[in-house]
Design a protein. Structure first.
Length: 278
């Protein structure tokens, strides 16, 4: 019995170590990926294309004025779940999200770990009028220019993936490009990342080290956040009753992806979800 317990504990520790390495692996790959992209298209070339991009839509205002606040996410896979919907087409799902009543869209653009691309935003942009968030591991100004050119309205900055000074620098650069910033934090230790350049504060209920998800994380941190902030709860939301509780706790945005994407008709699932939270 003792031997079995030891074996289980050892296996659990090994698994947690592997999961903790995922974020480091993603960031290392992202640096390599961005360097390759810079070699193909210089940042100066991207800057030249900015003038042709239409004005952004405000995701912050959309969430603050929305009755539902649901940010419907388009993603094909994740490191923790593998493929969710490998053949997902943005022209179908994104349009169905907007028609169903999503307040905003989140589109994963990481290719290796999430099966996405910037092309997904480029395809989605002319089809919908609601704001689009580029969800990726933003570590370089270059990615902000990419987001602007393909038509994103906001970008995600992840505290766990950035040093505090770099995060503030990227937030300032995003604003210069007319992009809003959703700052993602997971713990009280990351509260110092919040500053005047942050438009929305997201609480990730998924630990990016272990990928363990617990919605209670949003409730635990809500009371420590600025009262006038637009708060977004991210990950692990599948129950309409939880959304109602989060609203009462002060949240205005609810980023939901897998709950919709794993079903045959994500837009229809969203529509039913919205009815349930009214």
């Amino acid at each position: 019995m003792v031997k079995d317990e030891y074996t289980i504990s050892f296996a659990l520790i090994q698994n947690l170590r592997l999961m903790k390495d995922i974020l480091s692996e993603i960031i290392a790959n992202k640096r390599f990926e961005v360097d390759l992209q810079k070699q193909a298209i210089s940042i100066e070339q991207l800057q030249e294309g900015i003038n042709e991009v239409p004005a952004a839509r405000s995701m912050k205002q959309a969430l603050a004025s929305s009755k539902s606040g649901v940010i419907a996410e388009f993603k094909r896979r994740s490191p923790s779940k593998g493929w969710i919907k490998q053949d997902a087409r943005p022209e179908e799902i994104v349009l169905s999200y907007a028609t169903a009543g999503a307040s905003a869209l989140s589109i994963l653009t990481d290719e290796k770990f999430f099966g996405g691309s910037l092309k997904d935003i480029r395809i989605a942009r002319p089809l919908v009028e609601i704001p689009i968030l580029r969800k990726d591991f933003i570590i370089d100004e270059y990615q902000l220019y990419q987001a602007k050119i393909v038509g994103a309205d906001a970008v995600l900055l992840i505290a766990a993936a950035l040093k505090q000074e770099k995060c503030q620098e990227l937030a300032e650069q995003a604003h210069e490009l007319g992009l809003e910033v959703l700052l993602e934090i997971h713990s009280a230790e990351e509260l110092p990342y919040i500053n005047s350049k942050i438009d929305m504060i997201g609480i990730n209920n998924r630990n990016l080290g272990t990928f363990f998800t617990d919605v209670e994380n949003s409730f635990q941190l809500a009371g420590q956040l600025p009262q006038d902030a637009v708060l977004v709860s991210e990950s692990g939301i599948s129950n309409p009753e939880v959304v109602k509780r989060l609203r009462t706790a002060g949240f205005r945005g609810f980023l939901i992806g897998e709950t919709f994407m794993k079903t045959p008709q994500p837009g229809e699932t969203l529509q039913n979800f919205l009815k349930a939270i009214q």
